[in-house]
Write a protein that binds this ligand. Sequence first.
Ligand SMILES: NS(=O)(=O)c1nc2c(F)c(F)c(F)c(F)c2s1
Ligand SMILES: [Zn+2]
Length: 240
Amino acid sequence: MAKGDKQSPIEINTKDVQHDSSLGPWHASYDPGAAKTILNNGRTCRVVFDDMFDRSVLRGGPLTGAYRLRQLHLHWGSSDDHGSEHVIDGVKYAAELHMVHWNPKHGNFAGALKQPDGVAVVGIFLKVGKNPKPEMKRILAEIDNIKTKGKEAPFQHFDPSILFPKSRDYWTYHGSFTTPPCEECITWILLREPIEVSSDQMAKLRTLSKSGENEPVKPLVDNWRPLQPLKGRIVRASFK
Ligand SMILES: NS(=O)(=O)c1nc2c(F)c(F)c(F)c(F)c2s1
Ligand SMILES: [Zn+2]
């Protein structure tokens, strides 16, 4: 897979993006009761949702049908000047949040990974600024409970749509998981407007360790994949 021609992440050069007037708005209708746990899997910090039914779904935009929210996670750097996976006109953000949804017409998540329309990921850029979004506090407050690899804590009554920026403007393209085995099953929906976090919040994220409880601390940082070749793909924009 990783040698395919639809790999992610990519750099988005906005001069090459094509506005597509047929791209409508996307809609997330999430059930706060679907949130279950937050965990440190040694590679990222992940919030897991109940995806047995269509409780929390994403629809519209470039998608056909309703995609179920399965998990959200983040990628970040060892300092505030980098960390995002996608890069916009050379700009790297401090972090990138991914909300992972899958298409139930493929039966289950494992089946969806094998399909080009199997998975939809909403990507939100995190920018270090002066007025951090209070909604990020809930996730960061849990960091102390999941410091080491394998640690998991209950994470309930959480509606991740509170993390969305004001604007719904997005870029979309077909790509892959950014972690091995990098299946090319993702419709990426990258939001143009970043949300703000504080430098202290980024420092908090960097206190996560990728090693287990009784092992020497190895800071969980720089869990982003390098840019992949565009290979002729078109990135479309929902906005002019
Ligand atoms: N960074 S990503 O492209 O959003 C992304 N990677 C993965 C991955 F490697 C997995 F094994 C997995 F089960 C996922 F749900 C995702 S979602
Ligand atoms: Zn990711």
